[in-house]
Write a protein that binds this ligand. Structure first.
Ligand SMILES: CC(=O)SCCNC(=O)CCNC(=O)[C@H](O)C(C)(C)COP(=O)(O)OP(=O)(O)OC[C@H]1O[C@@H](n2cnc3c(N)ncnc32)[C@H](O)[C@@H]1OP(=O)(O)O
Ligand SMILES: CC(=O)C(=O)O
Length: 545
């Protein structure tokens, strides 16, 4: 693996998208990548065409050493990116060629090496306990040793912005030492993440003008401005931007790769990724969250599942006319999609758009739409919530729709409840068992069934299945895959109501239903009944069309 610059990317070596998920991203609390995870992350990052992938710090972390060894042995074939090893310069007073950490960088066989160097006088004197002259010599010696060995070298100037504000000559001296010794890019790091966009832009522009060096940017997110700071730096002249997937990183994180590149491409018209890659961003962001074992952030800009989800009725009414009126870009550009949420904030347009999303023909259904809006608002005021329960909403809307002949098209329930009873049995041996009996009318018969379960809802579900299965064979494929309970104390003070969301699957589709009641078992029952009614409706639609 000898590539030292990005391949097959529109801007080639003139602009660098540099990813440090595997080094700085791994510094986030809660992330621990194995070497195998790292290889998988690198492949995904390469698939979206980032120019450089910083794999870690060989010699400092055994897993990183293993990652580079496995990459060099052929386990990592990168199509676009060049692989980078990260590490520190030689120690004060040492020789670069014999410093074990510098040797480990060389041994990693990475074609590109990023060296971190302190550029703030206070850090040099207090943390490194050395002089500015020696700090510059540490940089110069290490860069020239590594470039002499045929490696491309970038220099991460740690604490640059704070250091430049405190003592600009010292900060620039460190940069000059790197460039004069052969470093290609000096990366100005906002290590403490305390900067704001205007300040970043001013300093970057000033450094570019004063030095003429190729400048990169590395922003931490401690002011929640890492993405804005990175974009501002690029606008001010930086041609190398360091980011991490989903903004993973130490403390509050780093600049989010996906937001930074999407901003550069869609707002500044800079083709920093291969053309086809942009529409892969959402998929890759979620896949990387999976490997990091972190739930994807639904509200993440561009790639979150809620990034283009519209809840307010006024928004929906304009979106009905033209989605561009409330979307800052076409969501498909980044591989995402638009959704309309139906809640108490819905208006008629929200229901019309949701109906379209659900494949319902609402032409001539103006009254049904109005009634549905009213019902949703009334129900939500009592604790129901439809935004995550499309299946219950669809049943409600269909229930309000008229047929061409006039009468309402009621969604015929697959069974009619006579009664149910649940008892809890605390046995002498301490085992607690629930037992449920259901009495239902199904297929023209009255059926009674009893079953046990480890909780009341489990027992109820088991008894209902027992009663219905002989009459509704499709039930065998329906599984309850998620069950969420929320106690809504705010609704009635001490008289709390319970909201239950049930997610079901038949192996092909997944759907969510909701039930609300003062009693948790009844709330669960209502959600369960909607789940079966929704499946029955789909079975009926399939058999009648
Ligand atoms: C801003 C950033 O995020 S940079 C990336 C930081 N990442 C990490 O620290 C993760 C990996 N780190 C490690 O595994 C360990 O800290 C190691 C292997 C690098 C060093 O471990 P140790 O030798 O035990 O030293 P320790 O971590 O206590 O202190 C770091 C040493 O490096 C020195 N140092 C710090 N920055 C630099 C630098 N840019 N160049 C050279 N030396 C440096 C410190 O002065 C300190 O020296 P000292 O041991 O003489 O006091
Ligand atoms: C190099 C780096 O990670 C920083 O300065 O924040």
């Amino acid at each position: 693996m000898t590539r030292t610059s990005p391949a097959e990317t529109p801007l080639g070596d003139s602009f660098h998208v540099y990813d440090t998920t595997l080094r700085d991203g791994a510094q986030r609390e809660g992330i621990t990548y194995s070497a195998t995870d790292k290889l998988a992350v690198a492949r995904l990052l390469d698939s979206v065409g980032v120019g450089f992938i910083e794999g870690g710090w060989p010699g400092a972390l055994p897993k990183d050493t293993e990652f580079f060894a496995r990459a060099a042995a052929g386990e990592l074939q990168l199509r676009h990116a060049a692989l980078v090893a990260f590490g520190a310069t030689r120690r004060p007073g040492a020789k670069a060629e014999t410093d074990p950490q510098v040797r480990a960088l060389l041994d990693s066989q990475a074609p590109v090496i990023t060296l971190v160097a302190k550029s703030d006088r206070r850090h040099i004197e207090r943390a490194l306990r050395t002089s500015v002259e020696e700090a510059a010599a540490m940089v110069a010696d290490t860069v020239s040793f590594l470039t002499g060995q045929g490696r491309r070298v970038f220099l991460d100037a740690e604490h640059f912005f704070d250091g430049y504000a405190h003592d600009p000559d010292c900060a620039l001296r460190v940069l000059s030492a790197g460039v004069e010794a052969g470093a290609d890019v000096v990366v100005l790091c906002d290590t403490n993440g305390g900067q704001l966009p205007l300040g970043i832009a001013k300093t970057v522009a000033e450094v570019v003008e004063r030095t003429g060096f190729r400048v990169g940017i590395h922003c931490q997110d401690d002011t929640a401005c890492a993405v804005g700071n990175s974009v501002a730096a690029v606008q001010a002249g930086a041609t190398h931007v360091q980011c991490t997937a989903n903004g993973y990183g130490e403390r509050a994180g780093n600049a989010d790769l996906f937001a930074v590149v999407a901003n550069l491409v869609t707002k500044l018209d800079m083709p920093v990724l291969p053309t086809a890659a942009l529409s892969e961003l959402t998929r890759v962001s979620h896949a990387l969250a999976e490997i990091a074992n972190i739930a994807p952030d639904a509200h993440q800009a561009y790639v979150g599942t809620a990034a283009f989800a519209h809840k307010a009725g006024l928004h929906a009414s304009a979106i009905k006319v033209d989605p561009d009126l409330y979307n800052h870009i076409d969501p498909a550009t980044v591989g995402n999609g638009m959704r309309v949420l139906v809640t108490e904030m819905a208006g008629r347009a929200s229901i019309e758009l949701k109906g379209k999303e659900l494949g319902l023909d609402l032409a001539g259904q103006g009254e049904a739409v109005t009634r549905t809006v009213r019902k949703v608002k009334e129900l939500e005021a009592r604790g129901w919530s439809f935004e995550a329960a499309d299946a219950s909403l669809e049943l409600l809307l269909r229930g309000e729709m008229s047929t061409p002949d006039g009468p309402q098209e009621t969604v015929s329930p697959p069974f009619v409840l006579d009664s149910y009873r649940v008892v809890l049995d605390h046995r002498p041996d301490g085992v607690v068992i629930s037992e449920a009996t259901v009495k239902v009318h199904v297929g023209g018969e009255r059926v009674i069934a009893t079953a046990e379960g480890n909780g009341p809802v489990h027992a109820l579900d088991a008894a209902l299945r027992k009663a219905l299965l002989p009459h509704l064979p499709w039930l065998a494929s329906v599984q309850l895959i998620d069950y969420k309970v929320r106690i809504l104390t705010e609704q009635h003070g001490t008289d709390a109501v319970t909201r239950v969301l049930v997610e079901s699957s038949d192996g092909q589709a997944e759907w969510t239903t909701v039930g609300v009641h003062g009693n948790i078992v009844e709330a669960s029952w209502l959600a369960l009944c909607d789940a079966l009614a929704h499946k029955a409706m789909r079975v009926e639609t399939l058999t009648t069309h």
